[in-house]
Design a protein around this ligand. Structure first.
Ligand code: COA
Length: 390
């Protein structure tokens, strides 16, 4: 794959993130203004300094969705969408625009307000009537990873449930330390194991929640970064791939991997010169829409051997004080998943951690952070991987 990347050519110099949760009393516009103002303040700039904007959100028809609430004065605003990886797509396009030299200073921003739309993982959009797509909810589609993984690697149902529950337990424990998370309390392991079934073997506690939120980043050329902050975060790699969507039709696809994630991780590691992700990546925010997704991602991202991630989970490798902390902010499990905001929310945690500003969740001297954002479902998805560092 010919992907040259933009390693160390651009930097993030300011970020903002609203609290995620049920914002019944705030509109999408309110959330956008809040995240943007935090980002301006964090970079020490006002709106005049920002030359162009990329907005990630579902179903918007134009840049007016952002220019109106932010009162942007006659500047380019591009709306992007790429399923659940929409926020990361906004950042990727904004970063490339700066790397090209077209703009000096840009903003990537994402937002979604799901709660009052009635969105839930249990609402199915009607499938096409030609038999090419299944009428399955999101939890049902992702639930298929679990028995496939258990069968392939010889886990009995009890051990499998223990592994999935430990992932949820870890993410809720991390989220309990995060003032911006939707769910901010630890959940006992037994409660997780016994939570009401949504799509066997997944219970409610194996699912991310449904929430509202917004996050934003200000991006400039690397050589200008220290004019804005003493601690810029440099982009080492950005990779986005769309798969051929053959999984649901293929006898070969076995639901224990996302080939799109493998491809985007390989591309990102090449861009950043990473040869041993388990050793070189200090921490990661990954797309834990459901617990078996996170389990499979450990292997697809090269954090664990094939068939070995479940043992790493039981040994605590991905816990906050483990060898490779994953979802230190609590992940989608604790934040919910307001589509356009999630990718930038993941980057916000890397921004805090790399700068030593993550408070109770602070990881010891992280050097290289990874964010992973997935859109679609097993066998038919898009995947984004970024690497960022100091
Ligand atoms: N994890 C942890 N706690 C959750 C939760 C979740 N996923 N979902 C809801 N809760 C909690 C709520 O905070 C609430 O707690 P409280 O009584 O202490 O206030 C309680 O459970 C009931 O909340 P409610 O909103 O009525 O839950 P629900 O039954 O409407 O929603 C799900 C539960 C699983 C259906 C919903 O979380 C969901 O749809 N998740 C999946 C989202 C999804 O598929 N996204 C796409 C990803 S690709």
């Amino acid at each position: 794959m010919a992907s040259n990347g933009i390693c160390d050519k651009v930097a993030i110099v300011g970020m903002g993130c609203t609290s995620f949760g049920e914002h019944w009393d705030r509109s999408s516009e309110d959330l956008l203004v809040d995240a943007a103002n935090q980002a301006y303040e964090s970079a020490g700039v006002d709106a005049d300094a920002v030359d162009a904007y990329w907005l990630g959100t579902m179903g918007s028809l134009s840049g007016l969705t952002l220019s109106e609430p932010l009162k942007i004065q006659y500047k380019p605003v591009t709306h992007v969408e790429n399923y659940c990886a929409t926020g990361s797509e906004a950042l990727r396009n904004a970063a490339y625009a700066v790397a090209s030299g077209a703009y000096d200073c840009v903003m990537a921003i994402g937002v979604e307000k799901l709660k009052d739309s009635g969105f839930s993982g249990l609402v199915i959009t009607p499938p096409p009537s030609d038999g090419t797509d299944a009428a399955l909810t999101a939890p049902a589609q992702f639930s298929m990873l679990a028995p496939a993984y258990f069968e392939k690697y010889g886990l009995d149902a009890e051990t499998g449930k223990e592994v999935l529950s430990r992932i949820a337990y870890k993410n809720h424990a991390n989220g309990a330390k995060n003032p911006k998370a939707q769910f901010r309390k630890e959940v006992p392991l037994e409660t997780i194991k016994c939570s009401p079934k949504v799509a066997d073997p997944l219970g409610i506690m194996d699912c991310s929640g449904v929430s509202d939120g917004s996050a934003a980043a200000i991006v400039v050329r690397a050589e200008d970064a220290h004019k804005y902050t003493d601690t810029p975060v440099f982009i080492k790699a950005l990779s986005f791939v769309a798969g051929p969507a053959e999984g649901p039709l293929s006898q070969e696809y076995d639901f224990t991997t996302f080939p799109e994630v493998v491809a985007s991780a390989k591309d990102a590691y090449k861009q950043a010169g990473v040869s041993n992700p388990r050793e070189q990546v200090s921490m990661a925010e990954v797309h834990d829409c459901f617990t078996p997704t996170e389990l499979v991602l450990y292997e697809d991202l090269g954090f664990a051997e094939r068939g070995g991630a479940w043992r790493d989970v039981l040994e605590g490798t991905f816990e906050l004080d483990g060898a490779l902390p994953v979802n230190p902010d609590g992940g989608l499990k604790s934040f919910g998943h307001p589509i356009g905001a999630s990718g930038l929310r993941m980057m916000y945690e890397m921004w805090l951690q790399l700068r030593g500003e993550a408070g109770d969740r602070q990881i010891d001297s992280p050097k290289l952070g990874l964010t992973h954002n997935l859109g679609g479902a097993p066998g038919r998805c898009v995947s984004f991987v970024s690497l960022v560092g100091l």
